[in-house]
Design a protein around this ligand. Structure first.
Ligand SMILES: [Zn+2]
Length: 110
């Protein structure tokens, strides 16, 4: 992942802010398309809804698939520099209950 020129996405809308990488699918998106997660306690992760919590954060698409990928590859603990494998219960809960608030519930392919 050595950054060269980052001019992809010719058909995308113009970038409107800092771009982050989803730790689940590794796609890049602007902050407004992602949710920030932070270490709430040293052993648990929470969604930082306002993206304002201090400290190290990681970014995810508000999609269960991305969360699952991040969990599977243990990307969350790594991204947040957590010791061990922090609990993501709060994040899971948020994804189940809150994520539809801001995003269109584009009914999944199931
Ligand atoms: Zn993603």
């Amino acid at each position: 992942m050595v950054g060269g020129a980052e001019r992809s996405d010719p058909d995308g809308n113009e970038p409107t802010g800092p771009v982050r990488t989803c730790i689940g699918c590794r796609a890049r998106a602007t902050r407004s398309h992602l949710v920030r997660i932070v270490l709430d306690t040293p052993t648990s992760v929470a969604v930082d809804v306002n993206a304002s919590a201090p400290g190290r954060g990681a970014w995810l698409h508000p999609e269960r698939a991305c969360l699952d990928q991040a969990i599977r590859r243990r990307a969350i603990g790594r991204a947040l520099r957590a010791a061990g494998n922090p609990s993501i219960d709060a994040v899971s809960h948020w994804f189940e209950n809150e994520r539809t608030a801001g995003t269109e519930p584009s009914d999944s392919t199931r």
